[in-house]
Design a protein around this ligand. Sequence first.
Ligand code: SF4
Ligand code: SF4
Length: 324
Amino acid sequence: MYSTAHPRDYPACSGCSLCRLVCPMWRHRRDPRFSPEGIAKARQNGAGVTELADVLDACTLCGACDPVCPEDIALSDMIMDLRGELELPPDLAVLQVGYAQAAAQAAPAPAGALLLAGAALRADPTLLTQVEALLGLRSAGDDGADLAVALEIGGDIDPQRKRRFLNAIDGRSLVVGDGLLLRELRRWLPGARLQGLGEALGSLPAIRRRIASTDFYVIEARAFHADHARLVAHYDGLRKDRGCAMNLDLQRIAMPARASAYPALRMGPAREDLEQARWLLQGRRPARIVIEDAAERDVLRRVADVPVLHLAELAALNEVTVYA
Ligand code: SF4
Ligand code: SF4
């Protein structure tokens, strides 16, 4: 689906291993095959996609490896390409069809700026209503959820379907809930005014001033890594203003709270997700966890004994004063 129009691809891998340091697959398994380096090296040595199926399935597409590769290999794109050559996971292919049918029946997009909520947020109608009210946006009935599934599983995207979706949103300001779709929209609609949900909500004073120094703030990794160079300033500013801890490592790469494939689409966290979330919280004693991505609530609630709140839910709470 992506062809191989990357600036650089797996032949450029030097084996420096930097990508292992940030990869949740590697961190969890400690198996060199389960890392971007492992995939690149296997490809250099002639491995076919079926031999790599387990590894390709395990990748969360968090994008953490992309900004760290000194050879500038588009690693998560490489993995999405390869996934596209695997057989589709049947349950997810069915899900994609269901979303596409819902999109075909959706009312035309309302006028003005739009929220493309995405599957995880739409699954919580109360939270979705809060988000719409806070941002003063209306949701597009067709939020491209089927396209987000196709991106996740490396499935084909029907060009007519894509054109119809893009025509309905072109020229609008968009806030996008699905980090993977946001990443593609930057390519599909260059010059469009696009923001991820976490950035949009975290920029609102009514929410920002309620983030406390005792919070652990969990950045949605996909949206962050897709626009890493720009968003570093946003999150550094947030951290400095509010004094909260974040899921950023020393290189300011966001560690995702989940560690299994298809994170936004699974019905519940897998064992490795729980281990990843525990690892993320290791050595921390936050009073509260604040999340940008509704899909990460479940796994964090299972491993933490403190409240886990979506950013939008902060708006209804008492303000927090931070003394510098
Ligand atoms: S996208 Fe994330 S999980 Fe996949 S290889 Fe890169 S760092 Fe690892
Ligand atoms: S960071 Fe890039 S060059 Fe280094 S091992 Fe990973 S893929 Fe290869």
